[in-house]
Design a protein around this ligand. Structure first.
Ligand code: ARG
Length: 464
C-alpha cells in the first residue's frame, strides 16, 4: 500500500493544497479492518443505484453499468484479486474508486445523494443483522444440545448447591434446563435487538438528508429493512444498536462463563461428575496425568474481552455531539471481535455439550453427602403441625448429632430420630431419600423428574 504524494487518488482531494501526512494516512485509515464490510457495502450501493434510476437521477444504462461493475468488484474481492489501498482510506472509497476505474466516469455518479456517513451506518446494520441471524442459529444449536443431554438425565440425581455448599438434591436434567432458560432469554434479546438494527439509515446522507428526489422507502425495502429511519442526524451518528448487540453478547458470554465454571469444577477429580471427550481437552507438558478442560476455561476467559469491548463502545459513543464524528470509526474492531469471539464460543459449546458424559453414580453419591435432605425433614415436621422455625431448630440439632456420629440423616434409627421430635414416624424414610426429595418438588419449575420432562417438552415446542 503506497503513499499519495498530491492527494490525486483521493476522492475528496479538491480543496487540499498538500498531501496527507503519511502517518495521518495510516492512522486514519480503516480499510485494514472495515474491508470485511465489502458485501454489505456493495449490496447497499446496488440498492442505492437502483433507486437513483427509479428516481430519474441515473439513466438505465448508467445504473446497469454501475451494478454490473459492483458485482464484478465483489467477485474480484472474493477471488482475492482486488487490490486494497490504504490511500483510499476505507472500504467505501476503495470500492467506489475501483468502480470508476472499471466503468469510467459513470462510476463517479454512484455517490449522488448519499454520503459515507449514511453508507457506513447502512453497512454496519446490514452486517450486524446477518451476524445476529448466525448467532441466533448457534444459540439454538446449543439449546438443542442441552435439551438432549437434559433428556438423558431427567432423573439423574446430583447435589444442588448454594454458596457452592450442598443445599438440596436436584436432578441433573433440571440443572441443565437452567442453562437452557438463560440461553432462551439471550435468544429473545437477540431478536429484540434485531428489530432496532433493521432500520435503514440510507438517504440520511451526511447528516441533513439530500435535495435529490430520493425514495427511501424503496432502498429500505430493497435491503429488507423494516423501514427508513425517521431522523437523518440520529441515523448517521448513533451506534446504540451495535452497543445493544455488544450488551447482548456480553450477557451470553457471562452465561457461557458460568457454564464453563461448572464444567471445570465437575471435571475435577474431586467432583468427577462428568467427563468431557478428549477432543475438547489438552494435556500438561510436565504432569502426565493431566487432562485439562481448556475449552471451557478459555471461554470463561474470553468473556473478559467481550465485556471490555462493550465498555469501549459505550465510551466511544459517550458525549459525542450530533451528528457523525470520526470517533465512530472505532466501533468496528470491538464490534467485529465481539461477533467473532461469540460465534467461536457458541460453536465450541454447541459441539461440546452433547458430548458430555454424566457420571451418574458419582453425582448420586455426592448428593448423599452434606445432609441434602435436611430441608425435607423440616418440611415433614411442618406437615405434622410444627411451626417452620421450630422444625428448623429440631433438624439442626439432628444434623449436629449426625456430624458427631459421622452418619447421614437417613442412616439414623427411627428411635434416634424420635429423640429430636416425637412427631417423627416411620413414614419419615420417604422424605429422607434423595428420590423422595426430588420427586416431591413436582410443581412448575421444580426439580422432580416428571416436571423436568414436562419442561423439556415445552422447551422443544418453544424452539422448534
Ligand atoms: N471509515 C468511516 C467510518 O468507519 C466511514 C465514514 C467516514 N465519514 C467521514 N465523513 N469521514 O466511520
Amino acid at each position: 500500500m503506497s503513499e499519495d504524494k498530491n492527494n490525486k487518488s483521493k476522492l475528496w482531494g479538491g480543496r487540499f493544497a498538500e498531501a496527507t501526512d503519511a502517518f495521518v494516512q495510516r492512522f486514519t485509515a480503516s480499510v485494514e479492518f472495515d474491508k470485511r464490510l465489502y458485501k454489505a457495502d456493495i449490496e447497499g450501493s446496488v440498492a442505492h443505484a437502483t433507486m437513483l434510476e427509479q428516481a430519474g437521477i441515473l439513466n438505465t444504462d448508467e445504473k446497469s453499468k454501475i451494478i454490473n461493475g459492483l458485482l464484478e468488484i465483489q467477485q474480484d474481492i472474493e477471488s482475492g484479486s482486488f487490490n486494497w489501498s490504504i490511500v483510499l482510506e476505507d472500504v467505501h472509497m476503495n470500492i467506489e474508486a475501483a468502480l470508476t476505474a472499471k466503468i469510467g466516469d459513470t462510476g463517479k455518479k454512484l455517490h449522488t445523494g448519499r454520503s459515507r456517513n449514511d453508507q457506513v451506518a447502512t453497512d454496519i446494520r446490514l452486517y450486524v443483522r446477518e451476524e445476529i441471524d448466525h448467532i441466533s442459529l448457534l444459540v439454538r444449536a446449543l439449546q438443542n444440545g442441552i435439551l438432549n443431554l437434559a433428556e438423558q438425565n431427567a432423573d439423574t440425581i446430583m447435589p444442588g448447591f448454594t454458596h457452592l455448599q450442598t443445599a438440596q438434591p436436584i436432578t441433573f436434567g433440571h440443572h441443565l434446563m437452567a442453562w437452557f432458560e438463560m440461553l432462551q432469554r439471550d435468544y429473545e434479546r437477540l431478536q429484540d435487538c434485531r428489530k432496532r438494527v433493521n432500520i435503514s439509515p440510507l438517504g440520511s446522507a451526511a447528516l441533513a438528508g439530500t435535495s435529490y428526489p430520493i425514495d427511501r422507502e424503496l432502498t429500505a425495502s430493497l435491503l429488507n429493512f423494516d423501514k427508513p429511519s425517521t431522523n437523518s442526524l440520529d441515523s448517521v451518528s448513533d451506534r446504540d444498536f451495535a452497543i445493544e448487540l455488544s450488551g447482548t453478547a456480553s450477557l451470553i458470554m457471562m452465561h457461557l462463563s458460568r457454564f464453563s465454571e461448572e464444567l471445570v469444577l465437575w471435571t475435577s477429580s474431586q467432583f468427577n461428575f462428568i467427563d468431557l471427550p478428549d477432543r475438547f481437552c489438552t494435556g500438561s507438558s510436565i504432569m502426565p496425568q493431566k487432562k485439562n478442560p481448556d475449552v471451557p476455561e478459555l471461554i470463561r476467559g474470553k468473556s473478559g474481552r467481550v465485556f471490555g469491548h462493550l465498555v469501549s463502545l459505550l465510551t466511544l459513543m459517550k458525549s459525542q455531539p450530533l451528528a457523525y464524528n470520526k470517533d465512530n470509526q472505532e466501533d468496528k474492531e470491538p464490534l467485529f471481535d465481539t461477533i467473532d469471539t461469540l460465534k467461536d464460543c457458541l460453536t465450541a459449546y454447541a459441539d461440546m455439550v452433547p458430548a458430555i458424559k454424566a457420571n451418574k453414580e458419582n453425582m448420586q453419591i455426592a448428593a448423599t453427602q452434606g445432609f441434602a435432605t435436611a430441608t425435607d425433614l423440616a418440611d415433614y415436621l411442618v406437615k405434622k403441625g410444627m411451626p417452620f422455625r421450630d422444625a428448623h431448630e429440631v433438624v439442626g440439632k439432628a444434623v449436629a448429632f449426625c456430624i458427631k456420629s459421622d452418619r447421614g440423616l437417613d442412616e439414623l434409627e427411627l428411635g434416634e430420630l424420635q429423640n429430636f421430635s416425637d412427631s417423627i414416624a416411620d413414614d419419615v424414610s420417604d422424605v429422607l431419600t434423595l428420590e423422595g426429595s426430588v420427586n416431591s418438588r413436582k410443581h412448575i419449575g421444580g426439580t422432580a423428574p416428571a416436571q423436568v420432562k414436562i419442561a423439556i417438552a415445552n422447551a422443544r415446542a418453544l424452539i422448534s
